[in-house]
Design a protein around this ligand. Structure first.
Ligand code: URA
Length: 198
């Protein structure tokens, strides 16, 4: 049986060759890269964002721009090293001009995320923003609990997965902390909820 690292490498190779996506065009015209995911292959906690931004697509690394700095600040708040967790997105290529991902783009890339989750087998999945929240809640059989992110952020949902059980915590996207520093206490409070489960 393939190891987690071998499976993740296979997923990476498939994504690098994934020219079926309409977003693939961006790679060839703008010299950008897909962002596969990064971190501990045996992480207990997996963070799932939305889609790469400009800096991420330039470097191929998730959350390495302004949103990433907020994410780092939030991780530091609970003394959780980034190297201990796994960070990825639902959509692996940058939507042009940072527009919202389209439902068909989410549908196209989500199977890769599903396989990353199956390989890493996190005990806790933290969604960052409403797109990953929506996708993961539907995927985990929690659709009946979907509500506005401002209502269900910071709540802990239990779900069954092929490898046992998982907890899902929806959180605001870290970009919220860039535009509104007043939201930082809320973002930090949700991280403290995560910390209480570690
Ligand atoms: N926003 C996201 O959702 N993901 C990233 O990797 C960067 C910004």
């Amino acid at each position: 049986m393939a190891t987690t690292t071998e499976t993740l490498r296979q997923i990476k190779e498939e994504l690098l060759a994934f020219c079926a996506s309409p977003l693939y065009e961006e790679r060839t015209t703008n010299m950008v890269f897909p962002v596969i995911g990064e971190g501990n292959h045996h992480a207990k906690v997996m963070f799932v964002g939305e889609a790469p931004g400009k800096n991420e697509a330039r470097t191929g690394r998730p959350f390495c721009g302004a949103s990433g700095r907020v994410l780092d600040e939030l991780l530091a708040h609970i003394s959780l090293p980034r190297a201990e967790v796994y960070v990825t997105n639902v959509v692996k290529d940058r939507p042009p001009l940072n527009r919202d991902p389209k439902p068909e783009e989410i549908a196209l890339y989500a199977p890769f995320l599903d396989r990353q989750i199956e390989a890493i087998q996190p005990k806790i999945i933290v969604t960052l923003g409403r797109f990953s929240m929506q996708y993961m809640m539907e995927r985990l059989g929690l659709a009946a609990h979907i509500a506005s992110i401002s209502v269900i952020r910071g709540r802990v949902f239990d779900a069954s997965v092929s490898y046992g059980s998982v907890k899902l915590i929806p959180m605001f996207h870290p970009a919220v902390g860039i535009y509104s520093r007043q939201s930082m206490p809320t973002l930090k409070a949700d991280m403290e909820t995560l910390k209480s489960l570690l």
